[in-house]
Design a protein around this ligand. Structure first.
Ligand code: CDP
Ligand code: CDP
Length: 216
């Protein structure tokens, strides 16, 4: 079953592009970041911190989740709850734990089903689907990404500060890139795409053109 892997830093547009590509191709989509966020939420609810590696890994292994138009944890709709800043922060900490990553591996691979899968994350092309048919490393300047997050927050009615967002984003980038387990790096065979000055439509069109050239 074909896989298109879309990896890259936060707010580079992975989720948006992956969802659009999957719709165009009639494929499944894996939001692997959501699995780390779900693990973090399960940990928060059980009072488990990132220092308790065994308990965090057990929470990841035992995740009772359902994906569809909405995301459910233990039967409860947590689609919005997992986007919370506190959840995102713990997600990036538990994601640095190798036993947690190991616990989520088979679950991620199970998303590979007919007719195909577009997988978005940090290590889709390097660890989870090293045999992916097309690997895209999607980047954008820190400023462009901070501005995107800023716009997202303002549109949702939240207050936001661009400088704070930029600082937080650079800290998250550093943590993702410097961790020992599955650091954020492009696979050697990934095609790099800088979306700083591209619209969503232009970005989707480029990946589709690469895919069509490859599968022709
Ligand atoms: O929205 P944001 O880009 O911050 O994060 P996300 O894609 O929802 O993922 C949440 C966290 O999980 C990230 O900060 C990453 O540290 C981690 N993650 C990972 O380690 N590996 C993945 N394949 C996906 C996410
Ligand atoms: O999944 P990831 O964190 O990489 O990013 P995202 O949540 O898909 O995109 C972050 C925001 O940037 C969304 O509001 C997108 O609509 C926006 N975006 C954009 O304005 N231009 C692009 N070329 C890609 C994304």
């Amino acid at each position: 079953m074909p896989v298109i892997a879309i990896d890259g830093p936060t707010a580079s547009g992975k989720g948006t592009i992956a969802t659009r590509l999957a719709a165009e191709l009639g494929w499944h989509v894996l939001d692997s970041g959501a699995l780390y966020r779900l693990t973090a939420l399960a940990c928060l609810r059980r009072g488990i911190g990132a220092a308790d590696v065994a308990a965090a890994a057990a929470a990841a292994r035992g995740l009772d989740v359902r994906f569809g138009a909405r995301i459910y944890l233990e039967g409860e709709d947590v689609t919005d709850a997992i986007r919370d800043e506190a959840v995102g922060d713990l997600a990036s900490r538990v994601a640095a734990l190798q036993p947690v990553r190991d616990a989520l591996l088979a679950r991620q691979r199970a998303f590979r089903e007919p007719a195909g899968l577009v997988a978005d994350g940090r290590d889709m092309g390097t660890v989870v689907f090293p045999d992916a048919d097309l690997k895209v490393f999607l980047v954008a300047s820190a400023r462009a990404r901070a501005e995107r997050r800023y716009k997202q927050l303002i549109e949702k009615g939240f207050s936001a500060n661009l400088d704070t967002l930029l600082r937080d984003l650079e800290a998250r980038d550093a943590r993702d890139a410097q961790r020992a387990s599955a650091p954020l790096v492009a696979a050697p065979d990934a095609l790099k795409l800088d979306s700083s000055d591209l619209t969503i439509d232009q970005t989707v069109a480029q990946v589709l053109a690469w895919w069509r050239a490859r599968s022709a």
